[in-house]
Design a protein around this ligand. Structure first.
Ligand code: CP
Length: 329
């Protein structure tokens, strides 16, 4: 693996290997070995053209826990505001010796452009591009699902290292969600059944070709589908207004039809867990009751994100394959 650009790039074995490695990283943190020397002397650049709290901070934390040097670049306050291009920004950062570039960009495809351009010699990690992909979010979600639902917890009848046998409902603004796209692909690769639930206006054209089921009725999916996990998506109002569209259905209609509240939480199977990638619109896609309930693993998702991103950086920069490549150069 030279880059991580899309969840669809990962085979089942590669994804399981990342999750296993994340488990080892989490174990070192649990033993209070806060810092590993693995990436000493390597430089990780966080190149963020779009706002972020969780992803940017957890990549920074992950890189630092592996002893890498970290350069944080945020488009706000940089020469991007003077019109500097992605190419010139990347060339500037490459001149400072980037071994890996973690990029978030509002344009779908920007990480692929960077990886194929030669503007950077480092590994490129997609930290979210437009409405397209967010592969490390899908990996941390899969890691969280595996920890809670596979083996002796949640669904003891589901065992193994992937998510075979689990049913995950992904609910909400699928149209604008890179998290939904990445999760549908990765969950399918790992053997889970996925049902997307959304109002018709927030379902993308071409969804029939995705490896999942689609429903417009959340209550039916909860009662009949008995999902092992429900993943609530953020309603992305900023992308609706930038696309010139309004919020439809209305916020009240949306939360009545598609919001997770105490009643729906109660109707879920007893072992089912609640995920949300954050940031949350409390009172819209998820009520405060549901977000703060003991079924919600939303804060744990953030912690798991550090372990998963440590695993990704480790495998890209110090894993067997990259070591072989470097010695062959
Ligand atoms: N889940 C996620 O990508 O959150 P941030 O936008 O805060 O990074």
């Amino acid at each position: 693996m030279k880059h991580l650009l899309s969840a669809s790039d990962l085979t089942r074995d590669e994804a399981v290997h990342i999750l296993d490695t994340a488990g080892q990283m989490a174990a070192t943190q649990a033993r209070e070995i806060k810092k590993l020397p693995t990436l000493r002397g390597r430089t990780v650049v966080n190149l963020f053209f779009e706002d972020s709290t969780r992803t940017r901070i957890s990549f920074e934390t992950a890189a630092k826990r592996l002893s890498a040097d970290v350069i944080n670049f945020s488009a706000k306050g940089s020469s991007v505001s003077k019109g500097e291009s992605l190419k010139d920004t990347a060339l500037t950062l490459q001149a400072m010796g980037a071994d890996a570039v973690v990029i978030r960009h509002q344009a779908s495809g920007a990480p692929h452009t960077l990886a194929s351009s030669g503007w950077t010699h480092g590994a490129v990690v997609n930290a979210g591009d437009g409405t397209h992909q967010h592969p490390t979010q899908a990996l941390l979600d899969a890691y969280t699902l595996r920890r809670h639902l596979v083996g002796d917890r949640g669904r003891a009848d589901v065992s193994g290292r992937d998510l075979h046998g689990l049913h995950v409902a992904v609910v909400g603004d699928v149209l604008h969600s890179r998290v939904a796209r990445s999760n549908v692909q990765l969950l399918h690769t790992l053997g889970a059944r996925v049902t997307l639930v959304a109002p018709p206006t927030l379902v993308p054209v071409g969804v029939e070709a995705w490896p999942c089921e689609v429903s417009y009725r959340l209550d039916d999916v909860i009662v009949d589908g008995k999902p092992d996990a429900i993943m609530m998506l953020r309603v992305q109002r900023e992308r609706m207004s930038s696309a010139g569209g309004g919020f439809f259905p209305s916020p009240l209609e949306y939360s009545r039809g598609y919001g997770l509240d105490a009643r729906r939480l109660e109707a879920l199977p007893e072992h089912a867990i609640v995920l949300h990638p954050g940031p949350m619109n409390r009172g819209l896609e998820i009520s405060a009751d549901a977000a703060d309930s003991d079924r919600a693993v939303i804060v744990e998702q953030v912690a798991n994100g550090v372990a998963v991103r440590m695993a990704v950086l480790y495998l890209l920069l110090a894993g067997e394959q990259s070591t072989t490549n470097r010695s062959a150069e």
